[in-house]
Design a protein around this ligand. Structure first.
Ligand code: AMP
Length: 196
């Protein structure tokens, strides 16, 4: 039962509307730890319900500590492809539908200027592919220093795609974060040496 987690009623209602009856194993493992602010390193391929495992604790954090002034995103989710970013963006909108939390998606493959709305309005959760986001950081259209929670989704795939250096730069920019969550199909390699 999702009621076992300390989630606000709006979030529980959104979960119910999506038809989720009981948490998946990764959700059982991750949600309680993430909700008390622990860093997460999880082996979870697509299809396990990992997206809600990080989005629900993130949404609860944003509800517990509401924004006091407009500004840059407080949560950054990095993911390897445009398709995945769009999917996570949709999941985030569905899971936060009854709240005031705002989600934005920034990816390559679309016109450079077309993200100005997202970057100039107050977005809480930003889902991005690494390459395009770093360009926005470099030309000062995006400031990662307000990021409180950083998620690296499909981290092994991002490395396979050659994003290591880009991710290192973004992780360094988001240095004031309080929590890091890394999800990967495999957990081979010294992830935490690089990213945690
Ligand atoms: P993901 O691994 O996050 O890509 O999720 C795979 C699919 O499972 C998505 O279509 C989710 O909407 C769905 N899903 C996530 N959590 C649950 C759950 N607890 N019960 C049923 N379906 C779920």
């Amino acid at each position: 039962m999702f009621e076992q987690f300390d989630l606000d009623s709006e979030l529980l209602a959104n979960v119910k509307e999506l038809g989720y009856k009981k948490p998946t194993s990764i959700q059982e493992l991750v949600i309680p730890k993430a909700m008390i602010g622990k860093d997460i390193l999880a082996s979870a391929p697509t299809g396990t319900g990992k997206t809600a495992a990080f989005l629900l604790p993130i949404a609860q954090h944003l509800l517990d500590y509401p924004r006091t002034k407009p500004g840059f995103p407080r949560v950054l989710i990095l993911t390897p492809t445009r398709e995945l970013a769009i999917q996570i963006g949709e999941d985030s909108e569905n899971l936060t539908k009854l709240t005031k939390i705002k989600t934005g998606v920034v990816t390559g493959g679309v016109n450079y200027g077309s993200h100005s709305d997202i970057l100039n309005s107050t977005t809480d959760i930003l889902v991005a592919t690494p390459g395009r986001l770093l360009e926005y950081i470099e030309n000062e259209q995006f400031d990662a220093r307000e990021i409180e929670i950083l998620v690296l989704d499909e981290a092994d795939r991002m490395l396979d795609m050659g994003f290591r250096e880009t991710i290192n730069r973004i992780v360094a920019e988001a240095r004031w974060r309080k929590q890091t969550m890394l999800f990967s199909a495999t957990l081979e390699g010294a992830w935490c040496d690089s990213f945690c």
